[in-house]
Structures are given as structure tokens and as C-alpha cells.
Design a protein around this ligand. Sequence first.
Ligand SMILES: *[C@@H]1O[C@H](CO)[C@@H](O)[C@H](O)[C@H]1NC(C)=O
Ligand SMILES: *[C@@H]1O[C@H](CO)[C@@H](O)[C@H](O)[C@H]1NC(C)=O
Length: 291
Amino acid sequence: ILISVPRAVLSVSPQKWLAEGDSVTLICKVYSSSTGWTFSWYTLTASSDYGNQYQLLSDSSRGAGGNYTVSSAAVKHTGVYVCRAERGEPAYKTSYSNKQPVWVTGVSPPVSLIISPSRTQHFTSVSLSLSCEDQSNSDRWRVRSYTDHSGMEDCSSRWASQTGSTCTFSSIITSDTGVYWCQSESGENYHPVNITVHYGVILESPVHPVTEGDTLTLRCLYQHSTPQNPRADFYKDGSLIQNQTTEMIISTVSKSHQGFYYCKHSERGESPKSWISVTGESQLLAFLPVS
Ligand SMILES: *[C@@H]1O[C@H](CO)[C@@H](O)[C@H](O)[C@H]1NC(C)=O
Ligand SMILES: *[C@@H]1O[C@H](CO)[C@@H](O)[C@H](O)[C@H]1NC(C)=O
């Protein structure tokens, strides 16, 4: 006899990387039998070798019908979500669904993740430091990671050491590639950043969004560099935009420069792709008093 256990499956629409103010819907479905379920919604607060800890969302009932929609995302909505479903009397509960991260980037989050060296792509076997910095220089932040390989982890469980709000890796490997962010003691998540670890060739690009009108400089870096930095070709969204150059400079950035970039050297290979986002003109203007 084949008994199929109802299984909750979670998906995110339209995408898991959002800007503040965007709308996102988490969709929970039960496979094998679809009717009569009530859904509950959780965030993952911690995970370890011994299991995961979930916290029921305070407004979980909003998503009881199977769709949990955030119509205007705030930076604090960043997190790893799961759902589960129940029905009947006595209640039958499914186990927790698959995990779905949602990343919200904002103009001025209450804490910033500072990466050193300051770029999103890094070579294997070097050291890397990640630090959460807020206005008051407090120690109450933890650096967290989410990798394809291990899901969500505390930075210190990735062969790194955490001192105060700083996490230091003495030697990184390709499976450290993932999203890193700052988590408060109460479990709020801020400032997610993609970090890519790669052997051979990497692209040096800014960690933070570039402001319209600013200058953007991209370089191709080589793990085994020669005295003279070799020339490379630069690509945006898959098309060649500049060939045979040591660095690519865009002097006045506009919205159209937003996209995925990588560089390629004929013998040494190509770098991973990095997303470069462009934000509107200096946000400061928005705060000028109206006279
Ligand atoms: C690079 O650009 C030059 C000049 O535009 C062109 O002659 C050459 O074929 C290009 N090389 C590649 C590899 O596209
Ligand atoms: C992170 O990388 C993904 C693609 O893997 C991209 O869609 C997303 O926009 C990136 N986020 C940031 C903040 O660069």
C-alpha cells in the first residue's frame, strides 16, 4: 500500500530579492490533497546540527488561506520563511515546508554589513571579515549566512570566529558563497549581501548600489597576478561591452547600467556574475525642508 503524506510546499512570487516598498507573496500549497487546509507561517530564527527553531509570525492568520502577502516590504521583512498546514478535527498537521528566503534591500537599514576587503567577489583561500556596524557601535548583532550548501547558519559555524559583531574567516572556500546579513538579538534581519567565493578570476565591483550620476569602476582580478594586470573583456547581461582593458569605467551611471556583470580573460577564464544595482539621485534631496 502506498500512503502519501500531505506535504506543504512553499514558493515566493514574483522574486525573493526585493527593494523596500516592493510587494511579495509567499504561496503555501499542500500536495496530494488541496482542500480544507488552514495555513500557519513562521520564520527560521536559528538552525544548528540539532534542528531548526521557528517562530510563528505575529500576523500569521493573515496567510491562513495559503497566500501570505506583504504589499510594501520593509527591510525587516528579510528572513527565511516556512509554512505548515492543518485540517480536520482532531487536527492533522503537515510537517514544516521547504525554506524560502526573502531578501529586502533598503536605502538606510539600521545596521550595515561591512565587508573587508570591500567587494562582493572573493578568491578562495584568503581571509574575509564581515562586520555589522550601527550608529552606536553596539555588539548586539550577529552575522548570519544562507548558503545552498548548508541553509541558514550562524557565521561561527562556518569555520569562522565571531567577536562582538565581527565575523572573521581565516580561509574561505567556494561553498562559503551565499547571502550574509546582520541579525539582532530579537531575530530581526537586515542588510543582506551576496558574497561569491571563486578560484582564479573575480570581478571587483561595488558592494553597495551605485547612485545615478556617479562613476562605476570595474576590474578583473586574478588569483595569481603578474606584475602587469592582464587585459580582460567585460560583459553585461551576457553581451560584450568593453574588450581588452585593465579596468572598465562608466563615468556617469544611469538606470540602464543596472545588470549582471562579469569579466573574462582569454586564458585565465571568467569571473562569476555580480548584480550591480543603480539607485535614484542622491536620497538626501528627499530630506531637504520645503521652503
Ligand atoms: C576588440 O575591439 C577591437 C576594436 O574595436 C576589435 O578590432 C577586436 O576584434 C575586438 N576583439 C574582440 C575579441 O572582440
Ligand atoms: C544577489 O544575487 C541575485 C542573483 O543570484 C540577484 O538576483 C540579486 O539581485 C542580488 N542581490 C544584490 C543585493 O546584489
